[in-house]
Design a protein around this ligand. Structure first.
Ligand code: B16
Ligand code: MG
Length: 218
């Protein structure tokens, strides 16, 4: 593997644990429609855009709605999600990730965000990490969601770094597929059994170092 010049980070589930807030808000939508959403079903929504997530949920419940009704539900879900997120502070950053990014910056590695979320900037602001990123690609910029490679391709293009010199950190199956489709090295953050397509999997960033990352590449 060539040397690492850029690291691209997913947001939800990698930098901050907003996945649980997405789950609470989507579960309330499902419950209001008369069915439940299990943790396993919620796994299918990770890294998937808001409207695509709603389509998956409606398919699970066997519910058909008009486009207008769908927009109304998605808007309501987002208001609830942001209400849940509003209490977040820098203390909600996942353990070790801020320290790891600090180390990468010291080593001259460039940093990008690659998130499906349209709320990425608000979330980064609330954990005081907006200034950490040399490039931010979020749900407002992409035209094709994960697993399409666009989100990470745009980040690498912003940084002017070739894909083979990029490493992606992702907690979602669709995100790992997106990184691989972009020709990048994919580090799954979570469980090996779920993120089997990643090049390597770490449980989280506690005690994780640039040297540790390089070891997994060699
Ligand atoms: P929003 P990521 C993704 O963020 C989440 O994993 C996914 O669950 C969510 O539906 C999507 O963002 C859209 O989020 O409703 O805030 O625009 O993991 O790609 O950082
Ligand atoms: Mg994620």
């Amino acid at each position: 593997m060539p040397s690492i010049h850029a690291c691209l980070f997913d947001l939800d589930g990698v930098i901050v644990d907003t996945a649980r807030y997405h789950y609470i808000a989507w579960r309330e939508v499902a419950n209001a429609l008369g069915f439940d959403l299990t943790p396993a079903q919620n796994e299918l929504l990770k890294g998937i855009s808001r409207m695509e997530s709603l389509d998956i949920i409606l398919a699970i419940g066997g519910v058909e709605l008009t486009d207008e009704e769908k927009v109304k539900l998605a808007t309501g879900k987002n208001i609830r999600y942001l209400e849940l997120c509003s209490e977040m502070t820098p203390a909600d950053t996942l353990p070790g990730v801020r320290h790891f990014i600090d180390e990468l910056k010291e080593k001259g590695v460039r940093i990008a965000l690659g998130s499906a979320s349209k709320n990425a900037r608000v979330i980064l602001q609330s954990i005081d990490m907006l200034s950490y990123f040399d490039s931010i690609v979020d749900g407002n910029r992409v035209t094709k969601g994960k697993p399409d490679p666009e989100v990470f391709q745009l980040g690498a293009a912003d940084l002017e770094i070739a894909p083979e010199n990029c490493v992606v950190f992702e907690d979602a199956v669709a995100g790992v597929q997106s990184a691989k489709a972009a020709g990048m090295y994919a580090v799954g953050v979570g469980e090996k059994s779920v993120l089997a397509e990643a090049d390597t999997v770490i449980p989280g960033f506690e005690n994780y170092t640039f040297a540790g990352l390089n070891n997994s590449l060699s």
